[in-house]
Design a protein around this ligand. Structure first.
Ligand code: ATP
Ligand code: GNG
Length: 229
C-alpha cells in the first residue's frame, strides 16, 4: 500500500508518469483537474483578476484528492496540495494578490493541512519530482497544445515559466512530508522510449524498496498490467 505524489513544473510529465506508474504498480491514478477546470482559461486570459479564484479552486480539488488518496492508501497523484503554495506565492510575489488575499489563502491552507495532520495516514510515502529545463518544458507544453499555455498566446509566459522553474529548487529542497527523489525529465523520455521508461520505473521501485514501502522481492512480474505508451 503506497501513496506516491508527483511534482514538477508545467508540462514536466507528471500526468504521463502517473499513468505509467499506476499501471505498473497496479494502483489508482488521481489526476489534477485541468480540462474540466473552468477557471484555468480565465486565469491565463487575466491573471491579475483570477489568481485568487484559481488558487481557491485548486486548493479545494487538491484537498479532496489528497484526503481520498490517503484514506484509500494505494495510489499515485499527478500533483498534490504540497505544491499549491508555491504557485500562489509566486503569483503573489509578482503582484497578483492583495495582502488580504495572501492572509486569507495561508489561513485556509493551514486549516486544511491541520485536517490532513489529523488523518490516520498523514502524508504520502514518496514524492517523485520531475526536473526539467526551460527548453524541455516549452517543448512539452507545445506538444500537449493547450492554447492558453502557449508563448504565442501571451509572450509574458516566458518570464512566468522561467520564474516558476526558479521557485521549484528551494521548494523541493525544503519538502519533508515524505521520502523524495528526482527524475531527470530532460534525460529520460519515458513516453516514447521503452528503455528510458524501464530505467525510470526501476529507479522508483528501487527507491520504494529502499524506504521500506515495497517488499525487497517485489519485481515487475508482480505487476499485473502491461504498460502501453
Ligand atoms: N519524459 C517525457 N519524454 C517525452 N515526452 C514527454 C515526457 N513527459 C511528458 N511528455 C509529453 O509532454 C506533454 C506534457 O506531459 P504531461 O501532460 O504529462 O505533463 P504534466 O507535468 O502533467 O503537465 P501539467 O503540469 O500542465 O499538468 C505530453 O504531451 C506528454 O506526452
Ligand atoms: N496559478 C496556478 N496555481 C496553481 O496552483 C496551479 N496548479 C496548476 N496550475 C496550472 C499550470 C498548468 O497550466 C495547469 C495544469 O497544471 O494548471 C496552476 N496555476
Amino acid at each position: 500500500m503506497t501513496v506516491i505524489v508527483l511534482s514538477g513544473p508545467i508540462g514536466a510529465g507528471k500526468s504521463s508518469l502517473t499513468s505509467i506508474l499506476s499501471k505498473y504498480l497496479d494502483t489508482k491514478p488521481f489526476y489534477e483537474s485541468v480540462d474540466d477546470n473552468p477557471v484555468l482559461p480565465l486565469f491565463y486570459a487575466d491573471p491579475e483578476k483570477y489568481t485568487f479564484l484559481l488558487q481557491a479552486y485548486f486548493l479545494n480539488t487538491r484537498f479532496r484528492s489528497i484526503k481520498r488518496a490517503l484514506a484509500q492508501g494505494n495510489n499515485v497523484l499527478d500533483r498534490s496540495i504540497y505544491e499549491d503554495a508555491l504557485f500562489f506565492q509566486m503569483n503573489a510575489d509578482i503582484g497578483r494578490a492583495t495582502q488580504e488575499e495572501v492572509d486569507t489563502y495561508y489561513e485556509l491552507l493551514n486549516n486544511m493541512m491541520s485536517e490532513i495532520n489529523r488523518m490516520p495516514k498523514k502524508s504520502p510515502d514518496l514524492l517523485v519530482h520531475i526536473h526539467v529545463s526551460y527548453d524541455t518544458m516549452i517543448k512539452r507544453i507545445q506538444k500537449r497544445g493547450r492554447p492558453y499555455e502557449q508563448l504565442s498566446y501571451d509572450a509574458t509566459l516566458e518570464d512566468y515559466y522561467k520564474r516558476l522553474l526558479r521557485y521549484y529548487k528551494p521548494w523541493y529542497e525544503k519538502y519533508d512530508y515524505s521520502d523524495k527523489m528526482v527524475i531527470d525529465g530532460d534525460k529520460y523520455d519515458f513516453m516514447t522510449n521503452e528503455a528510458d521508461r524501464e530505467i525510470v520505473l526501476k529507479m522508483i521501485v528501487d527507491k520504494l524498496k529502499a524506504c521500506g514501502k515495497l517488499p525487497l522481492d517485489w519485481n515487475e512480474s508482480v505487476s499485473k498490467v502491461k504498460i502501453e505508451a
